[in-house]
Design a protein around this ligand. Structure first.
Ligand code: UP5
Ligand code: MG
Length: 213
């Protein structure tokens, strides 16, 4: 494994667009390292003694963004751990050592994108500039339906209609400009994620191969 060859792909799309589901499938096929910013925040929220627990809980419920310092520190630690595990050959992060990070649900606003480029890219001597974005898109109707369905069993405090509406607003106001930015300067693979998981997976694999080539 050569850390010089680490690559980063941002996986973006609205709440419930299917980012997490598709990342899992891509990991099964290709052995990438999947880092979900939302999952890292939820884990930190539940970590006993975390000084950020309440702050994260409040932001997630309100569908607003957790201060970037918190998220970027969690991502940085997770990236360092994955790189270290890989160097030592002990980790599961990249099963076949392809050295590609799927960063799911981040960056969610331009300031976060800039912080990532400055603080985290150098850490892994990460290649691929400008960044590659895998962008899952479907209608709000579909996303709302999926999230309400999931909410019946997920236990996620933001899978209710009120929080979902707020998440949609944050996404449109703060995250869409990030996607437009990378669309202008780099490679964005836009994938219609309205179809079945299987069909979207096919499109995602093709889209990823195209943007990586
Ligand atoms: N499903 C998926 N694909 C399907 C398909 N093709 N057909 C039918 N059903 C499909 O999928 C959602 C649901 O839909 C699942 O039940 C799935 O089975 C089904 P999932 O893959 O989980 O979608 P995803 O896009 O990952 O949805 P998620 O709810 O995770 O999106 P969010 O972006 O809202 O959530 P995230 O965890 O990234 O962030 C949560 C909150 O954390 C944010 O609102 C914010 O408050 C905070 N946050 C930050 O502050 N900063 C960050 O950098 C990141 C998060
Ligand atoms: Mg997710």
């Amino acid at each position: 494994f050569d850390s010089e060859k680490v690559k980063v792909v941002f996986v973006l799309g609205g709440p419930g667009a299917g980012k997490g589901t598709q990342c899992k499938r891509l990991v099964e096929d290709f052995g990438f390292c999947h880092l979900s910013a939302g999952d890292l925040l939820r884990a930190e929220q539940n970590r006993p003694g975390s000084e950020y627990g309440q702050l994260i809980r409040d932001c997630i419920k309100e569908g607003s963004l957790v201060p970037v310092e918190v998220t970027i520190t969690l991502l940085k630690n997770a990236m360092s751990d994955a790189l270290k595990e890989n160097r030592e050959g002990s980790g599961e992060s990249w099963k076949d050592g392809k050295g590609l990070f799927l960063v799911d649900g981040f960056p969610r606003e331009m300031d976060q994108a800039e912080r990532f480029e400055k603080q985290l890219r150098p850490l892994a001597t990460v290649l691929c500039t400008p960044s590659i974005v895998l962008y899952f898109t479907t209608t709000e109707e579909v996303m709302l339906f999926r999230l309400l369905e999931r909410g019946k069993t997920s236990g996620r405090e933001d899978d209710n209609e009120e929080s979902i509406k707020k998440r949609f607003r944050t996404y449109k106001e703060q995250t869409m400009p990030v996607i437009e930015h990378y669309g202008k300067v780099g490679k964005v693979a836009e994938i219609d994620s309205s179809a079945s998981v299987e069909e979207v997976h096919k499109r995602a694999s093709e889209g990823l191969k195209k943007v990586l080539s």
